[in-house]
Design a protein around this ligand. Structure first.
Ligand SMILES: *[C@@H]1O[C@H](CO)[C@@H](O)[C@H](O)[C@H]1NC(C)=O
Ligand SMILES: *[C@@H]1O[C@H](CO)[C@@H](O)[C@H](O)[C@H]1NC(C)=O
Ligand SMILES: *[C@@H]1O[C@H](CO)[C@@H](O)[C@H](O)[C@H]1NC(C)=O
Ligand SMILES: *[C@@H]1O[C@H](CO)[C@@H](O)[C@H](O)[C@H]1NC(C)=O
Ligand SMILES: *[C@@H]1O[C@H](CO)[C@@H](O)[C@H](O)[C@H]1NC(C)=O
Ligand SMILES: *[C@@H]1O[C@H](CO)[C@@H](O)[C@H](O)[C@H]1NC(C)=O
Ligand SMILES: *[C@@H]1O[C@H](CO)[C@@H](O)[C@H](O)[C@H]1NC(C)=O
Length: 915
């Protein structure tokens, strides 16, 4: 968690007083000047930026067949153009028909050894690299590659069966420079492209959109770069005659990059590295293709299937920044119990720490005996506990012996924190605790140290999982700003905190003025008075930034901090230095790899390290870790929450598209901060959001400090909406778990877009006002304030699909494509069951364990021909390697229910009855 507070300037209020009220300790505040970075013009908006398409391109020669495809030489076809870097003269093209459904095109410098690399090539030891299956050849691939040298090297990928063109650089040159790669593909009219997570944007990306990838801590910026990087998209084409096709493209490169989605083309640009493109046919055995198959091919074969989660993690989680002490946690747990709202897991944000330092407990507010007793009481009630771990490590003040901080000392002794290239010493940025360093995940000793620190902390804080925050990684200053200043530590961050004076948050959701006119009026006047105070007083100086012009490429030189190509990054001034560790910082591996190449992988690596650490603490237990910054493949190690969203209706709506892009990216354990993180929520929004998130895999309410409380029991309608939605969720926990089993074993999705389940209905191409949970449940949430109804469609009606209301079991009466208005009082969320489904159910109880001990029943929802089927996966709910599992397949036909059982796991509760 972290939210920067905008719009305060100058210096007047005594910050010492402000801090005294916040932390009871008077500590020096860093000047915001430490975070000033030169302001740059993003290349996409720069009218005088070079057009890289005027570069000469390459000529292919010397093609050589290999067992999996062919290779060729590519030679620069003219003078160097130096658009955004130094052109690489000689390249190798490598084409591999890796499997029937996957074709790989690699382009990388011809002269390359790890010791002597002009270009960073992402190693397979870091990020999974799909390989040839050892048998496929061009002749038996779903896909075909053709190329030409007229006028320069271009290639296209077509579907072998019918010649459908899926990707084509024809008409465009390939640009390959040390700090800039560009490739353009032609696209069909009005294309339907999805993915390129992480973004806060419409689910169908559209053809006037630029996706920037540069992990950043700046809230949920709409249409900009956020925390994660998943450079892959899936494309759907609605051809005539209900013959929809799908394919996918994964570009395995972790550098800062940009994808320009335009009317007739997509331009792919990176700040270096190599082209490593995987084309996925999306084809099924019968030759048809679909989005769901394309997603399986990406997840299973390109990045790896997501981790299976422990059963309890599907319960409801409560968190907030601002739980001052253990008694407050106790009162929240009691509040949920008294209101009979299921609570599975309590969380702590940074309040738990002593002076914001990782692996510590505040001796006054979170003394470990008291915390351990609290956690033991949770455990005794079948509940759980997860604390935060920040990505930074506090660096103690060398002049103050009482400031010693053992986790730092032990890490420093290994010498494996990220380094400052100027001094060769550790890179010292700034974060919550003050000047801080970051672990270097490229080095094994750093990862071992992490395991040992978490194991030690477990003795004081008997957690059930770990929440990793600030893994972009976030730094509150530019460069190694703590150099020579450690004697000022612990410094206060260079901005004001939510409960500092004149920082009251008066933001409420859209529609609050209608639902709560009186309160809205008083808030508006308080906000106006704060704004007028701030207009005439300045609390902190505004950083003085300078404007920096375009960097010209220089032969033999790479400018890591200011590459000639400027990403449209969301931080003020668009500088790569802002808000994070500088790109020129170095690692301790044999090549002293720089952050320029590692930046987007920090979150992926810390999650992997935490996964390994949890395995050491809990041998053979599936690690539960939730991380903020992620990369393609992160789903193997971690769950993810949507980051610092806001308490607004728009933020709630966009959480659905954010979820769908993660479902298709191999990271299904996703959820958004329910009721909204920043700002104040209200009764209306929080009721709707608690209902909506009940159908997301990861279900957590989380709130920023110094806003109104938003636990589900604070308002009677939120409480009732939550109880009702949770009773649906908990009845279906086993269905959710079975969906995860299929995600984990075959790359299936959990939440699903309507377009995936009903691929021939072009009207659903952009729909995310509704979604499905697995193949069988349709969720139609309320997404706007102050209404009592929701609109939605019932796809497939008229073409053999029928639907039933979850609550009444009554069949839905609707016309094909009809936009139906459904009744949706504040405590109700519409859930419909698709005909043809058999859903295993259990009576909902207070915890997942109690629910799981209840007898099973079956909901059999017949399709139009009187049939239905479904499945149920069972195991012990926590072991990484299971001794026994069971998969039960149900089918109902001719008034007769039959089951097929595989596996020997024994589930104690009986099958009670059906409905
Ligand atoms: C470095 O690369 C060049 C080609 O650019 C090659 O000739 C040379 O042998 C390489 N040196 C090492 C140490 O690998
Ligand atoms: C495309 O997007 C840009 C920037 O978001 C916007 O200014 C422009 O109006 C859009 N163009 C069209 C045709 O929608
Ligand atoms: C489906 O559409 C594609 C693209 O238009 C076409 O190439 C293919 O022949 C069609 N297949 C069938 C079975 O109609
Ligand atoms: C891509 O299409 C847009 C819109 O038609 C056009 O302006 C642009 O020049 C094209 N880009 C390339 C690289 O051809
Ligand atoms: C690294 O980047 C920082 C921040 O811009 C800069 O101050 C420093 O001089 C750079 N060091 C080197 C060796 O490039
Ligand atoms: C945790 O505490 C136990 C019992 O005091 C001790 O034996 C063990 O070494 C401690 N573990 C770590 C990692 O410090
Ligand atoms: C709005 O009004 C209701 C009913 O008077 C009240 O209980 C609630 O706390 C108010 N505020 C918010 C933020 O919902």
């Amino acid at each position: 968690m972290f939210t920067k507070l905008a719009g305060v300037a100058g210096l007047l209020v005594s910050l010492a007083a402000a801090q005294a009220s916040t932390t009871q300790r008077v500590i020096p505040t860093l000047s915001p000047q430490v975070d000033a970075a030169p302001s740059l013009t993003p290349t996409v908006y720069d009218p005088v930026a070079p057009n890289a398409q005027q570069c000469p391109g390459y000529t292919a020669s010397n093609p050589q067949n290999t067992s999996s495809g062919f290779t060729a030489d590519l030679t620069l076809a003219g003078a160097r153009c130096q658009a955004y870097g130094n052109d690489v003269n000689d390249l190798t093209l490598e084409v591999q028909y890796q499997s029937k459904d996957r074709l790989n095109v690699k382009i990388y410098p011809k002269h390359i050894t790890p010791e002597n690399s002009t270009q960073y090539i992402l190693p397979s030891s870091l990020v999974m690299q799909p390989e040839w299956d050892g048998k496929t050849t061009a002749g038996d691939s779903d896909l075909a590659l053709t190329w030409t040298n007229e006028p320069t090297f271009q290639f296209k990928i077509t579907r072998s069966s019918n010649g459908e063109e899926l990707f084509s650089t024809y008409g465009h040159v390939i640009v390959y420079e040390d700090q800039f790669l560009e490739l353009v593909t032609n696209m069909v009219e009005n294309y339907n492209v999805y993915g390129l997570a992480e973004n806060i944007h419409d689910w169908r990306l559209g053809n006037n959109y630029t996706q920037t990838f540069w992990a950043t801590d700046s809230g949920n910026t709409v249409d900009g770069n956020v925390y994660g990087t998943f450079p892959w998209y899936q494309e759907t084409r609605y051809n005539a005659g209900g013959n929809t096709t799908s394919h996918g493209v994964y570009a395995r490169n972790a550098l800062g990059q940009e994808w320009l989605l335009r009317e007739n083309n997509i331009t792919y640009r990176t700040l270096g590295g190599s082209f490593d493109l995987y084309f996925l046919s999306g084809q099924n055995a019968d030759g048809s293709s679909s989005a769901l198959t394309t997603i399986q091919q990406f997840t299973q074969d390109c990045v790896g299937v997501p981790a299976m989660q422990q059963y309890w993690t599907f319960g409801f989680h409560q968190c907030r920044w601002g739980y001052e002490n253990v008694s407050v946690l106790q009162s929240v747990v009691a509040g949920y119990r008294d209101a009979n709202i299921p609570l599975e897991c309590m969380w702590n944000d940074i309040d738990i720490y002593d002076l914001y330092r990782d692996f510590t407990n505040d001796p006054n507010t979170y003394p470990s005996p008291e915390l351990l007793a609290f956690i033991a009481s949770l455990h005794a009630n079948g509940q759980h506990y997860v604390p935060i771990v920040d990505s930074n490590i506090y660096t103690p003040n060398p002049d103050n012996a009482s400031d010693a901080y053992a986790p730092y000392e032990r890490g420093a002794a290994l010498g494996t924190f990220i380094r400052d290239p100027t001094t060769g010493d550790f890179y010292i940025g700034d974060n919550w605790p003050g000047f801080s360093v970051w672990a270097d995940w490229l080095v094994q000793s750093s990862r071992d140290w992490w395991t040992s620190e978490l194991a030690k902390w477990y003795n004081d804080t008997s957690f059930d999982g770990i929440w990793i925050d600030l893994s972009e990684p976030s730094s509150f200053c530019v460069g190694s700003c703590g150099n020579g200043r450690l004697n000022e530590n612990p410094v206060h961050p260079p901005f004001l905190l939510p409960n500092d004076p004149y920082q009251a948050n008066y933001n409420y959701p859209e529609g609050f003025n209608v639902s709560n006119a009186t309160e809205a009026a008083s808030v508006t006047s308080a906000a106006a008075s704060q704004a007028s105070y701030l207009a005439s007083h300045t609390l902190l100086p505004v950083p003085v930034t300078t404007t920096q012009g375009r960097t010209e490429p220089t032969p033999g030189v790479k400018n890591l901090n200011f590459p000639p190509y400027v990403l449209n990054a969301v931080q003020a001034g668009h500088s790569l230095l802002k808000g994070t560790v500088a790109p020129n910082a170095t690692h301790n591996d044999a090549y002293n790899t720089t952050e320029y190449y590692m930046h987007n992988l920090f979150g992926y690596q810390i999650s992997n390290a935490t996964y390994q650490a949890l395995l050491a603490v809990f041998p053979n237990k599936r690690p539960f870790t939730v991380g903020r910054s992620t990369f393609a493949g992160s789903g193997r190690f971690t769950a993810h929450w949507g980051g610092d969203n806001t308490s607004t209706w728009g933020s709630m709506f966009l959480s659905i598209s954010q979820a769908l892009t993660f479902m298709m990216s191999g990271l299904p354990m996703f959820g958004a901060d329910t009721c909204g993180f920043s700002g104040n929520t209200d009764n209306d929004l929080c009721s709707r959001w608690m209902s909506l998130s009940a159908f997301f895999p990861f279900y957590r309410n989380h709130n920023v400090k110094a806003t109104i409380s938003q636990e589900a029991y604070r308002w009677s309608s939120v409480a009732e909406a939550s109880r009702r939605a949770m009773s649906v969720r908990y009845s279906l926990l086993t269905y959710m778990y079975t969906l995860f089993y299929y995600a984990h074993t075959q790359g299936d999705t959990v939440m699903r877009a309507l377009a995936w389940e009903f691929p021939n209905d072009a009207s659903l191409a952009g729909t995310y006002t509704q979604f499905m949970l697995g193949p069988s449940l349709l969720i139609t949430p309320v997404l706007v304030p102050n209404v009592e109804s929701a609109n939605g469609v019932f796809p497939g009606i008229g073409e053999g699909t029928n639907w039933y209301d979850w609550y009444t079991l009554q069949p839905v009466v609707a016309q094909a494509h009809e936009n139906v208005t459904l009744s949706a009082p504040i405590t109700h969320i519409n859930v419909h069951v698709r005909g043809g489904a058999i859903l295993p159910l259990q009576a909902p109880a207070y915890t997942t364990a109690e629910t799981r001990a209840n007898p099973y029943s079956l909901l059999v929802a017949l399709d139009e021909s009187g049939q239905a089927s479904g499945s149920l996966y069972l195991d012990d709910g926590e072991s990484l390697v299971q001794e026994a599992t069971k998969l039960v397949q149900f089918s109902y036909t001719n008034n007769c229910l039959s089951t097929t059982i595989n596996g020997t796991y024994h589930a104690a509760p009986p099958l009670a009855n059906g409905k």
